[in-house]
Design a protein around this ligand. Structure first.
Ligand code: ADP
Length: 450
């Protein structure tokens, strides 16, 4: 087992990883920018190192500073969390080149899945079903038109290096193709420095369903069931559920078998998530995330497992010690992502939190680095808390989430808590009847009313 782990992240996820380390008896090193000197993840760490000025590229993305911090503190492993350097294959490589363990998959698998075209090709070969689309990158507009004619409109042009919903444009008809093609490539070039794009059939009413997997270095691969992340705004998840209201246990088992067999063949290790669109009873793979996900707590609640602890154990070479049949799914869990944003306009609202009261009680979990008097800096992602509930049934989980949202007080800055209150009261949500397009329409309807 490791002697000391450096956590290359900030906010709630840095705290989340610290908690797992502490329970394992492993000291932690926090890194922070000058803007985060007073942050909770720094206060609670065993040691901390300032790695640069506020801008992420100078601190949380500063590989040299992070590796120096690991060396001077004598850490022997690095946990990247999510975001920042978590899916940077060069970083994973450098961590290992410095004699440290990267708590995650191999650099080769990170880079394979980071290229969405390579990821789709690999999954196709491993027997995982895909969204119909181009065979790899589409070199020019003429080819794009041919592919679109073959699969049928509407089509989606997507960046090979995509992430965070950027570099994605829909074309509803042949006339709209050129414009979408141009915009997607320009956005991909600006966001990722790589304008390679591919084409997929645009699905009009899918759900986003993803499967949590975990593999050790002894050839064991298990899955911890699915999460339904269909409630999205601008391709960003807002509220997630485990399990999906749309799936039966038999469908989950079948998908799980396909996926775990594929990853065993691939020789994958550590945690990962395969994302699918699900429509008309069919699953279609869209991408794999080679890291811990923001929404991992809902899986932990229904499976009764600490996924970060498991990541650390398998990174240290330990065997899982359990098989698929030992993993039981109990009850239902929901997560609300609470952002420092205006709940109507979604403009970020950084600033001082003058008072903070987190909800509690049976089946309520709050993953947050906020405290009364803390400052939410303007430099980073606006998510400030994850509110997670667990209950025996979905309807009880919804009731529990409603009362927890009502108890939650963040004073001094606006948050998206009122948006969650409205979603939880919406009949479509309560009925479990929503697709990935539902929330955009719901938000637009509310705006039109007010
Ligand atoms: P990113 O890596 O940028 O998040 P993804 O490929 O994971 O991109 O897609 C993000 C979201 O975009 C999905 O969750 C879904 O809502 C939407 N999406 C992606 N592919 C399609 C598609 N073929 N049809 C309809 N919606 C899609």
């Amino acid at each position: 087992m490791f002697n000391k782990i450096l956590i290359a992240n900030r906010g709630e996820i840095a705290l989340r990883i610290q908690r797992a380390c502490r329970e394992l008896g492993i000291p932690t090193v926090a890194v922070h920018s000058t803007a985060d000197a007073e942050a909770m993840h720094v206060r609670l760490a065993d040691e901390s190192v300032c790695i640069g000025p506020p801008a992420a590229r100078d601190s949380y993305l500063n590989v040299a500073a992070i590796l120096s911090a690991a060396t001077i503190t004598g850490a022997d492993a690095v946990h990247p969390g999510y975001g920042f350097l978590s899916e940077n294959a060069a970083f994973a490589d450098m961590v290992e080149a410095h004699g440290l363990t990267f708590i995650g998959p191999t650099a080769a698998h990170i880079s394979m899945m980071g290229d969405k075209i390579a990821a789709k090709t690999a999954m196709d070969e491993l027997g995982v079903p895909l969204v119909p689309g181009s065979d790899g990158a589409v070199p020019d507009l003429d080819t794009a038109a041919k592919v679109a004619d073959r699969i049928g409109y509407p089509v989606l042009i997507k960046a090979a290096a995509g992430g965070g919903g950027r570099g994605m444009k829909v074309a509803g008809s042949p006339e709209a193709l050129e414009e979408a093609w141009r915009l997607a490539r320009a956005e991909a070039r600006a966001a990722f420095g790589n304008d390679a794009v591919y084409i997929e059939k645009y699905l009009d009413r899918p759900r986003h369903i993803e499967l949590q997997v975990l593999a050790d270095t002894h050839g064991n691969v298990v899955h911890f069931g699915e999460r339904d992340c269909s409630l999205q705004r601008r391709h960003q998840k807002v509220l997630e559920e485990a399990g999906s209201p749309a799936l039966t246990p038999a469908q989950r088992d079948a998908l799980g078998q396909t996926v775990t067999a594929a990853l065993a063949k691939l020789g994958y290790r550590n945690a990962g998530t395969l994302e699918f669109l699900y429509q008309d009873g069919q699953f279609a793979f869209i991408e794999m995330n080679t890291r811990l996900q923001v929404e991992h707590p809902i899986t932990e609640m229904v499976c009764g497992i600490d996924l970060v602890r498991e990541q650390i154990r398998v990174a240290a070479g330990q065997a899982l010690g359990y098989a698929q049949k030992d993993i039981r799914f109990s009850g239902h869990a929901i997560e609300c992502r609470i952002n420092a944003e205006d709940p109507d306009t979604f403009t970020p609202t950084p600033g001082r939190v003058s008072a903070f009261h987190a909800p509690g009680g049976l089946g309520v979990r709050v993953d947050s680095a906020l405290y009364a008097g803390c400052l939410v800096p303007p430099y980073y992602d606006s998510m400030i808390a994850k509110l997670i509930v667990h209950a025996p049934t979905r309807i009880e989980a919804i009731a529990r989430m409603r009362r927890a949202v009502a108890e939650f007080a963040v004073v001094g800055i606006s948050t998206t808590l009122p948006l969650h209150e409205r979603i939880l009261a919406a009949p479509d949500f309560v009925a479990g009847e929503y697709t990935i397009h539902w929330l955009e329409r719901f938000v637009a309807a509310h705006r039109a009313e007010s």
